[in-house]
Design a binder for this molecule. Structure first.
Ligand code: PLP
Length: 425
């Protein structure tokens, strides 16, 4: 494994300039398919006797550089990229699970993931028990005979709860199930879940990694640490009817899940990342370490400023001394706590809507992790479809405003909010 630090890996990992005609930038290989030398070469590629490119739904040279870079940065044996973060999550879970299986998940999840687990997957016979992740023992208590995965967000969106990953990882080990961590909000520049026991790490590349709000993408990074031959995952130890009788755990060892994701997940569900988006996301990834420092610094300063505003009822940012997640943030996010801040207004639901409507620099939209500052009122938008109880457990109170603090000058951001507060009077 490379001993290089993330700032170096973000710029270089996975790109051998000799293999791309000396191009210093990673080129865009905008090709759907690849010419075989002859039929024997083609047969060897399909049977995995040789590794190489077949068709862009499975892999592509630009995407592959992004995959290698993400695997290096998160400390995995492999990575697979997808058309969006949601595609990464759904393809990952459908590759891993079957009807009758069960997931234990944190109740503090991005709204789309919550709906996938609570509504869509149950239609396919895959059920989830949601637990309050602030007590890691809740994961242990929710384990059933058919539990086959634990799923959490390292820094929950929008609750901004920092989880005790090591304690939850202990319970996943005891339950012999993979520990899946969506690390989108923290980003790999602030936290590497694999170091704390995660087996699979998920990213929406759309957010901080791409960083410019211009391209959707997703990824799964495989730590290569899970024992697929532990008796609970016959799809890995028995000949696969879906791939010429391949026995994944025997043939591919630590990279068994990475290959299953490509050979069956991407082949069957088709959520491939466009090479053009991979190129854009690589441009973003190259500056992630410097950007996330400034996102974190701006977010902390704004959170401290908000705490002193008379219109504000409460502020939640894990970097604040007042945050109940501050001790865990010091352990898991010592380099910064990323760019999301949530707060509530004394005027409640209506005041939150008015302030959200009144900002000029903060754009009202449903995204996070852009260089530009963003604002949203989840109770009336992203979390509108959840019941009051579900909103509560995912941390969405009626008065909550979520900021994704960008890289503008902090004084301009304060002035923008100050003016929006003035509109309440
Ligand atoms: C934590 C988290 N995971 C996954 C996703 C889904 O990613 P995408 O929008 O790229 O499908 C999001 C989107 O907001 C998210 O915030």
């Amino acid at each position: 494994m490379s001993t290089q630090k993330i700032s170096t890996q973000a710029l270089h990992a996975g790109h051998d300039t000799n293999s791309t005609s000396g191009t210093r930038a990673v080129p865009i290989y905008q090709s759907s398919s690849y010419v075989f030398n002859d039929t024997e070469h083609a047969a060897n590629l399909f049977s995995l006797k040789e590794l190489g490119f077949i068709y862009t739904r499975l892999n592509n040279p630009t995407n592959d550089i992004l995959q290698q870079r993400l695997a290096a940065i998160e400390g995995g044996v492999g990575a697979v990229v997808f058309a969006s973060g949601t595609s990464a999550i759904s393809t990952g879970l459908l590759t891993l699970l079957k009807a009758g299986d069960h997931i234990v998940a944190s109740s503090s999840l991005y709204g789309g993931t919550f709906t996938l687990l609570s509504v869509t997957l149950p239609r396919l016979g895959i059920t989830t028990t949601f637990v309050d992740a602030s007590n890691p023992d809740n994961f242990k208590d929710a384990v059933q005979d058919n539990t086959r995965a634990f799923f959490v967000e390292s820094l929950g969106n929008p609750k901004l709860d920092v989880l005790d990953l090591e304690a939850i990882a202990e319970h996943s080990k005891a339950a012999k199930v993979p520990f899946i961590v969506d690390n989108t909000v923290a980003s790999p520049a602030l936290l590497n879940p694999i170091k704390h026991g995660a087996n699979l790490v998920i990213h929406s590349l759309t957010k901080y990694i791409g960083g410019q709000g211009n391209s959707l993408g997703g990824a799964i990074i495989d730590a290569g640490t899970f024992d697929w031959a532990n008796g609970n995952y016959p799809e890995f130890t028995e000949p696969s009817a879906g791939y010429h009788g391949l026995v994944y755990s025997e043939a591919l060892g630590a990279a068994a899940f990475t290959f299953k994701l490509i050979l069956e997940g991407l082949r069957d569900f088709g959520g491939a990342l466009s090479p053009f988006n991979a190129f854009q996301i690589i441009q973003g990834l190259e500056t992630l370490p410097v950007r996330i420092k400034q996102h974190s610094a701006n977010a902390l300063e704004l959170a401290e400023w908000l705490e002193n505003k008379e219109e504000v009822a409460w502020v939640n940012y894990p970097g604040l001394e007042s945050s109940k997640y501050n001790a865990l943030a010091k352990k898991y996010l010592p380099k910064g706590q990323s760019g999301l801040v949530t707060f509530g207004l004394k005027g409640g639901f209506e005041a939150a809507k008015s302030v959200t409507d009144a900002t000029k620099i903060f754009s009202l939209l449903a995204n996070i992790g852009d260089t530009k500052s963003l604002i949203i009122h989840p109770a009336s938008t992203t979390h509108q479809q959840l019941t009051d109880e579900q909103q509560e457990s995912s941390g969405v109170t009626k008065d909550l405003i979520r900021l994704s603090v960008g890289l503008e000058d902090i004084e301009d951001l304060k002035a923008d909010l100050e003016e929006a507060f003035a509109s309440l009077k």
